[in-house]
Design a protein. Structure first.
Length: 220
């Protein structure tokens, strides 16, 4: 269709007038593919956490990703046992892949001896430690990728400390729903990496097993 001006001759002696036909330009609308879930960039402060956005064209489809899937319920229950200072060899055997990775702001671990040692002190019956879950919220529970992202506020208490901590935790699972990577971001912040922080975290992951006894787990 031509959008050039159309000339109309007036029936009077006045100058010809012009009628302009303006073209209609389509409005750019972002597609669902432009909306991504970025667990690493999630920020958590206090107990109010916005759910991650996913690539879905309807609100109903999107909301299902904030509901914990049936296969993930057992995984999350075992993870909470660890965070509430009740680890057992059975939980590690059932929950973790032997070569799994664990990261938090202080440690970067790979393999059973390293990640189990982070909770190893609580294997002892003489350790007087307590941890209570104050708040939790599922941010994402998906099958592809097989992943759970959740926020929690936890209170840790023993004879030396009484501290409340908030975290955004990303859990990647294999086909058997065993953890292959768990990243604990305190306050939802990115893990430290500058000025040799990554090297120090990896070093800490290697040193702790030298001082903490971890019971042998079948298959680890």
């Amino acid at each position: 269709m031509s959008h050039s001006p159309t000339h109309r001759r007036s029936t009077s002696n006045s100058e010809p007038s012009q009628t302009h036909h303006h073209s209609i330009l389509p409005t750019a609308v972002p597609t669902p593919a432009l909306v991504e879930s970025v667990a690493g960039g999630a920020h958590y402060s206090g107990s109010n956490v916005e759910p991650l956005k996913h690539r879905h064209s309807s609100h109903d489809q999107q909301s299902t990703h904030t509901e914990l899937k049936a296969d993930h319920k057992r995984v999350l229950a075992d993870i909470r046992e660890l965070y509430e200072c009740r680890p057992t060899p059975e939980i590690f055997a059932r929950l973790w892949h032997p070569d799994a990775e664990f990261e938090d702001p202080l440690s970067k671990c790979r393999g059973f001896r390293q990640y189990a040692a982070q909770a190893g002190a609580f294997f002892s019956d003489t350790t007087h430690a307590d941890s209570g879950l104050l708040h939790t919220r599922i941010m994402s529970s998906t099958s592809c990728p097989n992943r759970i992202v959740f926020a929690q506020t936890q209170r840790y208490k023993n004879r030396f400390i009484d501290k409340t901590m908030s975290s955004v935790i990303t859990v990647d699972l294999d086909d058997q729903d065993k953890i292959i990577r768990l990243v604990d971001r305190w306050d939802g912040k990115e893990l430290p990496s500058r000025f040799g922080a990554g090297l120090l975290r990896a070093l800490n992951g290697r040193i702790v097993p030298l001082f903490v006894h971890v019971p042998q787990v079948s298959g680890a």
